[in-house]
Design a protein around this ligand. Sequence first.
Ligand SMILES: [Zn+2]
Length: 199
Amino acid sequence: MAQHYSITEWLDLQRGFSSPELRSAMESHRVSCDRCSETLAWVERLQVTALADFKSDVPLQVTRNAQAIFALRRFDAIQFNTGSIAKMIFDSFNQPALQGVRSEQRSDVRHMLYEVEGYVIDLRLEHERGLSAVSMVGQIHHADNPDSKINPMPVKLTANDIELASTVCNNFGEFALAYVPQNALRLHLGLDAVGGQKF
Ligand SMILES: [Zn+2]
C-alpha cells in the first residue's frame, strides 16, 4: 500500500514548514494520488475560509506569542454523544521543547491526543498570525487499528452549549474547523451516527 501524507503534513507544506526534500516528494506523490489531492484541496479551502471570515488587524509582534498561547489554551474537552469525555493523553503545551521537532516548538500550534471508547483523537489547533481565528484539524482513529476506516461521524464545536461550527469527518476520520477562541469550548463527536447524520 502506498504511503499517504497526513492532513497536518499538507498544512505544513502549504505554510512552508516542510523541508525541500519532503516538499518535492509530496508534490510528486499528489499528482498520482486522489486522496492526497483531495486532502490538499481541503487544506486550501480551510485557509481561504479562515482568511475571508476572520481577517483582523495584525496584532503587535511583541504580544504575538502570548496571544497565540492564550487563544490555544482555551479548549475544554472532547465529548462523545454517548456522554463519554475523552481523556487527554498528550499535550504539546505540557512538553519541554524537543530539539529538532519543529512543530512542537511553536507557540502558535498546540497538538493534543485524546482517548475515548476505543478511539484516539489527534487534535491540532493553530493560531495564524494576523487572524483572530484558530484552525482545528483533527483525525479520529480506532485505537487498536489506526489504519482501519472510520464511519463518517458528525463533529460539532460548541461554547457554553452554543454551536460555533460543525462538519462531518471523512472515511479517514479527518475533519477541519475554524473558530474564534472563547471559553468553555467543547468538541462533540457523534459516534455511530450512521452516514454522518446530525445530532
Ligand atoms: Zn496519497
